[in-house]
Structure formats: C-alpha cells, structure tokens
Design a protein around this ligand. Structure first.
Ligand code: UT7
Length: 331
C-alpha cells in the first residue's frame, strides 16, 4: 500500500508595505475602477527595498513551524519554488537554509512559476514515499516587485510580493490535512507568453538588455488568461477523474490568485458556485507561487475548512505549468 502523506502545518507572509490601486493611479495611466472590474484586486503588498525572496521565505517558514509547534531541526529537506531567486545561483533554497539555521539537509529549487506549491507537493510526496526523509519544508516565495516594469500598466497592477510555507510529512499525528494526490502538467509551447527574457544565457545582461527592458516580467495577458482558464479546469478534471469523484464533492477550491475573472470562468466551466473558491486576491494581488498557499493559510486561520472537507488547490503559471491537488482536511 502506498505511504500516506500529510501536511503538518502551513504559514504565510505578506510584506508590511501596502500599495493600493489609488497609489498605482499616480504611477501609470490606470484607475481603481479598471483594476477592480478587470482583476478584482484592490491592494497588494510590496517588499521593502533590501528584502529578498529568501527573507520572505524565511518569514513564512518560521510562521509555519511555529503554528505546527515544530523546530527547524525536525526538517530534513527543503524545497523552494521561485522565479525571482535571490541570485541566479546558488539556489534560494540554500539561502533559506542558511537563514533558518537548518543543517545537513538537501536543498532543492524549482522554477515553475505560480504552480510551485502543487509541484512541490508532488516532489515532497515522492521523497517521503521513498522513506529517506520525514519532514519536508516546501516554501513558495517571489519578490515579483523586483522584476515588475512599473511603466507597464498591463502587468504592474496585478503583480505583488508574498510567501507561503508548508511542511509535508509521513506522520498523521498533528497534521492539518492529508495530501491524497495531485496532477501536474506543463505546455512549453507557450513558454514565451510569460517570461523574463533578460539575464539568462539567451540574453546575458548587457547595457542593451537593460535599455530594452528585458529584465522585467513580460506577459501576453490575453493568451495567458485563456490558457489559465483552460488548463486549471483540465487539472481539476484530471484529479476528479483519478479519484472518481464529482466537483460537488469538493468543499473548497483554492485557485491561483491571478485575476477574479479567471477564477469566475473556471468556476463556471466546472459548474461550481464561485463561493466555493477561496479568494484573497482583493488584498494580496497576484503573489505568483505563494498565492494559493497564502489563500489556504488565511482560509485555514479563518476556520473556513471543517474536518473531513475535501479541498482542492489548483494552479497555473509560467512555463506554462498547471496542476491541481486533492487534500482531506483533518482538523
Ligand atoms: O500568474 C500567472 C498567470 N497570470 C495570469 O493569469 C494573468 C492573465 N491575464 C490577465 O489577468 C489579464 O489579461 C490582464 C489583467 C493582464 C489584462 O486584462 P484584460 O482584460 O485581458 O485587458 P487587455 O490586455 O485585453 O486590455 C484591454 C484594454 C486595452 O486597451 P484598448 O487596447 O482596448 O484600448 C489595454 O490597453 O485595457 C487596457 N489596459 C488598461 N487600462 C487601464 C490594460 N491594462 C490597463 C490598466 N488600466 N492597468
């Protein structure tokens, strides 16, 4: 029989500084009305100037460890999902390890955009099933503000900073949820629709790449929107099929928080009332890999999940990657 996998604890972090739609009206040609009706976002959090992705990751990790009454010495592997690493290398997971004072554990970095948490769940489950690790810290963090083009109104109004952390373990005792399984996918044919073209070996940093603004996140918003709806709906259906259940069995969907209209379209496609989708994007914006973790943490703290609830996180992001997972809430 396959080993059972559990989420022992969850935590999240949003930087102190809040940027409202009104603040953005002073930076680019936009309006609170446009941003709210086209995205559902009212405000977002922006990291301090010197604050790094690993700083935010450490805050979320400490919050998760404290909530789960765990100590860093309990952790024997670290995974970090980010597309805004502290440096191109070494892995941000190693900087996080340094900040948390974790010793002698493997550190893994993955760059799957906003699908980070679902991918990390699948990787953590594989590690735990092999039986060589017992508690895996998985942290999704992105300082998107560092790669946001503050002159591009089509992206700067949705992007934001934040981090979320979970500990996966093979022990049911003390766990908040059971991870029942997941589906992960990618469609590299759409890779250029959401990317940062500069800084890698295709466009190494030069004066020209800076002048051409290649070190900023670029997004073909309309195309990404369409694919997000299609691929998130597909990911949900794949997991439902695998477990031979209906969408009506899912008490709460936790979607990637990119745009309220995307969430509404996925809900409509699945014929599920949108009220069953947890949303926090009105006050968080699109926090990339961390977004559904922040949503899950806030909903959990608000007591929204009941013991026995089936909960389904679903994501879509750069790559273009997508995925969904099935959880059973235990507390
Ligand atoms: O997290 C990873 C995945 N990311 C996503 O899922 C994001 C997916 N995309 C989106 O959420 C939406 O495409 C955006 C929010 C980025 C843009 O919304 P849209 O409804 O797709 O707008 P659009 O690009 O079709 O533009 C419509 C109009 C354009 O004006 P014209 O050409 O019709 O005159 C834009 O120039 O809205 C204009 N526009 C704006 N107006 C005011 C674009 N951005 C803004 C803005 N304020 N911030």
């Amino acid at each position: 029989m396959a080993k059972r996998i559990f989420i022992r604890t969850i935590g999240s972090y949003l930087p102190e500084r809040v940027l409202t739609n009104g603040d953005l009206e002073k930076i680019v040609s936009t309006s609170d009305e446009w941003i709210v009706t086209r995205t559902g976002i009212r405000e977002r959090h922006i990291a301090a100037d010197g604050q790094t992705t690993s700083d935010m990751a450490a805050e979320a990790a400490r919050a998760a460890l404290a909530t789960g009454e765990m100590n860093i010495v309990d952790i024997d592997a670290i995974i970090v999902a980010t597309v805004v690493p502290d440096m191109p290398f070494p892995s941000t997971a190693c900087f996080l390890q340094q900040k948390l004072g974790a010793r002698n554990c493997p550190c893994i970095g993955i760059e799957v955009g906003c699908s980070g948490i679902i991918y990390m769940a699948e990787i953590a489950a594989g590690f735990l099933e092999r039986g060589q690790h017992s508690a895996i810290l998985a942290v999704a963090a992105d300082k998107l503000s560092a790669v946001t083009d503050w002159t591009d109104r089509s992206t700067c109004v949705i992007l934001a900073d934040g981090a979320a952390a979970m500990v996966f373990s093979g022990e049911e005792s003390g766990a908040i949820a059971e991870f029942l399984g997941s589906y992960i996918s990618a469609d590299g044919s759409g890779a250029e629709h959401l990317c940062m073209p500069g800084g890698g070996c295709r466009n190494p940093a030069t004066e020209k790449t800076v002048t051409d603004r290649l070190h900023y996140l670029k997004m073909n918003g309309r195309e990404v929107f369409k694919r997000a709806v299609r691929d998130m709906a597909t990911a949900v259906q794949k997991v439902l099929e695998r477990f031979a259940i209906d969408s009506s069995s899912i008490a709460h969907f936790i979607p990637h928080q990119a745009n309220m209209r995307i969430i509404e379209a996925v809900a409509e496609f699945l014929n599920v009332p949108v009220e069953r989708f947890v949303t926090v994007l009105d006050h968080t914006g699109n926090t990339s890999s961390a977004s559904l973790g922040i949503a899950m943490d806030e909903a959990s703290r608000a007591g929204r999940f009941k013991k026995g609830d089936l909960v389904m996180p679903v994501s879509f992001g750069a790559g273009l990657t997508s995925g969904a997972a099935l959880l059973r809430w235990l507390k």
